[in-house]
Design a binder for this molecule. Structure first.
Ligand SMILES: Nc1ncnc2c1ncn2[C@@H]1O[C@H](COP(=O)(O)OP(=O)(O)OP(=O)(O)O)[C@@H](O)[C@H]1O
Length: 649
């Protein structure tokens, strides 16, 4: 792995910090790893693309933002648009009324007569101001309602797609990073983008009406105005692009930092962190990543300030030029004094409005970049959805078969399964054994309909899993090796998405030994299993595994897949589990696929498959496999010897 280029930000070597075993910088990934992950392929393209090309994306981005707002609440959208347009037109009316006031005040005659003459115009100015305020308030209310509602539908869209995506997508770096970016910022930018777009549209209408007033006063004022505000807008847009590019570069590093931070602050890793004195090493890793981020962001802030300064200086010079031109127009008599007064006012307002509009356009552009992350993720996530089922929901299981399956993880260099064929018949108990990494869990996931092989196929009563779709999961119950500790009540941790059937719950609890766990809980099944809440409790690893077992038994299924279901159980609980799993199968008629390293527990299986390096190297009953030399007999004998030969047959 290459050394980090920002050496000054790397943590000190272990010997110097006195932190034994402190991580070397490369433990957190070289700068290149962090700056240029696969998904960041577009960063270079982004750099090369001109501002003009990006601005041409605006109409489509704006249309997309308005589309989301329309989906969120069309009434609020129309109200916001209508009210903003009225407010913009009122601003121009108010300006014309000011000219009227000035005309009256600067006319010939006694001051009282001039003031009296100006009164109707003053009343119009006041009335327009009051009306503008009311209309603006309505517009702001509609906009904030719209923003909240858009946020809601965007979040729903993200989780809707994410929870439907095929499991394999989570192993795909590009997908995972896109999801992180969409969740981290992209999805929050959609409501901002909607607000910014509507602000932009309002600003445009205001500007057009103010520009109309200015053009009527003198046509020369318009180009002068443009010259004074465009440089500031250019600077703001450039600054936004710099920030976006930096954020995009830092995204992977941030994700790693977030994960590290989570490990440092989480209860699950707290004990191991202390036992292995990981503190200094983790802090160094975290610091290294945070330093890189800080360095990048400080450099960005400095470049942004330089760009903004250039824009500001050019704008300032152009403003001075505009006021000089006004002076010349007044002195030469090309414009009367009242018109010059209104022009000064109009120029100030228009300048403010134009700056605001450029700032808003810049916001739309900036939000648009992150918004594009969200839409990119939605596109990727839609591509990761399982294809629509073409076969009817599966009937009761007769035979589940995997044929010549080849499966490689998206990040894997070698296939995890290489031409595997197995089958499970109704009511059978099949065991998968093999050493670590031989492919048992991967095969179990294929059997459970969670992964699809790249070659070969998986069928349920001869119907292909892909054709059946997610409905196949309804017929399968899985006790997962790395089961989830759901932050819910004990009852919900067992019943999951199914309704609670007290008799089935009691039976599942008895079979898995969860009854003993729940009996000890002060609030029984109603106990919240999450210590982040005041009433929540924590369970031991073995107790959690019993809950995961109960989850598997509770579900009415034709097939129960149990992947290392007893790894955390004590000897008594383990023995009980292997007896009851058979009892469960006999009572429900369910087939069982059992994965375990406890060789003694697979002796009674109808068929045992032995895996090695992604291949089935042996299969048969315990007696058949023990009768021939091979991996099964070797593993079985090794374990039996460790137990003093008690299990040797
Ligand atoms: N998410 C993943 N991404 C990439 N490779 C993976 C992933 N999960 C597993 N692998 C690889 O696939 C191979 C098979 O892994 P698998 O988990 O199926 O083995 P196993 O037999 O269940 O191991 P164990 O007995 O340790 O649970 C291993 O080489 C492993 O490194």
């Amino acid at each position: 792995m290459r050394r980090s280029r920002s050496r000054s930000t790397d943590p000190e070597p272990a010997a110097e910090t006195g932190a034994p075993g402190a991580a070397t910088p490369s433990d957190t990934g070289s700068e290149e790893d962090l700056a240029a992950p696969k998904w960041n392929f577009f960063a270079d393209e982004l750099q090369r693309t001109s501002l003009w090309t990006k601005l041409t994306r605006m109409p489509s981005l704006t249309a997309a933002a308005v589309g989301w707002a329309w989906r969120a609440n069309r009434r609020d959208l129309l109200l916001a648009l209508g009210a903003s347009t009225v407010a913009a037109v009122l601003a121009a009316v108010s300006l014309v009324s000011v000219t009227w006031v000035l005309d009256a005040l600067l006319a010939e005659g006694p001051i009282t007569a001039r003031v009296r003459a100006a009164l109707p115009a003053v009343a119009v100015v006041a009335g327009v101001a009051a009306l503008s305020l009311a209309v603006r308030l309505v517009s702001e209310l509609a906009l904030s309602r719209l923003s909240t509602q858009t946020e809601r539908i965007v979040e729903t869209e993200l989780f809707d797609l994410t929870t439907q995506a095929r499991l394999i997508a989570f192993d795909d770096e590009e997908w995972a990073d896109a999801m992180y970016r969409a969740r981290d910022r992209g999805m929050y930018e959609v409501p901002r983008m909607v607000t910014a777009t509507l602000d932009g549209l309002t600003g445009l209408v205001s500007l057009l009406s103010l520009g109309g007033v200015l053009a009527v006063l003198h046509p020369l004022l318009l180009p002068l105005l443009l010259v004074s505000v465009v440089p500031t807008g250019w600077a703001a847009t450039r600054a936004a692009r710099m920030e976006y590019e930096a954020q995009r570069r830092l995204s992977t590093g941030r994700r790693r930092r977030w994960i590290l931070g989570d490990r440092m602050a989480s209860r699950d890793s707290a004990a191991e962190l202390r036992s292995y004195t990981m503190r200094d090493s983790l802090m160094a890793d975290y610091g290294s990543l945070a330093d890189r981020e800080r360095e990048t962001m400080l450099a960005v802030a400095w470049s942004q300030t330089r760009t903004r300064a250039v824009g500001g200086i050019i704008s300032g010079a152009a403003t001075a030029l505009t006021y000089t031109a006004l002076g010349v127009l007044l002195v030469t008599g090309a414009m009367p004094l009242a018109a010059v007064g209104t022009a000064v006012l109009a120029l100030q307002r228009t300048q403010g409005q134009m700056q605001q509009l450029l700032y808003t356009l810049n916001r739309v552009y900036e939000c648009g970049l992150y918004f594009a992350d969200f839409t990119e993720y939605c596109t990727l996530a839609r591509a990761a959805l399982p294809p629509a089922p073409t076969a009817p929901p599966p009937a009761r299981l007769e035979r589940l078969e995997v044929r010549d399956a080849v499966f490689t993880y998206p990040t894997g260099e070698e296939p995890a399964l290489r031409g595997v064929s197995v089958h499970v018949d109704k009511g059978e108990t099949v065991a998968l054994v093999g050493e670590n990494g031989s492919g048992k869990s991967t095969l179990a996931r294929l059997l459970g309909g969670l992964y699809s092989p790249q070659e070969g196929g998986v069928t349920w009563n001869s119907a292909d899993f892909t054709a059946i779709g997610p409905a196949v999961c309804e017929r399968i119950s899985v006790i997962i090796q790395d089961h989830t500790r759901w932050p819910m009540t004990a009852r919900r941790n067992v019943t999951m998405a199914q309704g609670c059937d007290p008799a089935r719950l009691e039976e599942a609890a008895r079979l898995s030994g969860t009854d003993e766990v729940v009996n000890d809980l002060a609030r029984g099944w109603d106990t919240l299993l999450d210590t982040t809440f005041a009433s929540g409790v924590n369970l031991s690893g073995g107790q959690w595994q019993r809950i995961a077992g109960a989850r598997g038994f509770y579900r009415t299924a034709d097939l129960l897949i149990a992947d290392e279901p007893t790894s955390a159980l004590d000897a008594r609980a383990e023995a009980r589990f292997f007896t009851t799993i058979g009892e469960h199968a006999a009572r429900t008629g369910a087939a069982v696929v059992l994965i375990t390293h406890r060789m003694a527990s697979v002796r009674t299986a109808d068929r045992i498959y032995v895996l090695d390096d992604g291949r089935i190297i042996q299969h048969g009953t315990h007696a058949e496999l023990m009768a021939v030399p091979g991996r099964y007999r070797e593993l079985y004998t090794l374990q039996a010897d460790a137990y003093g030969g008690a299990d040797r047959e």
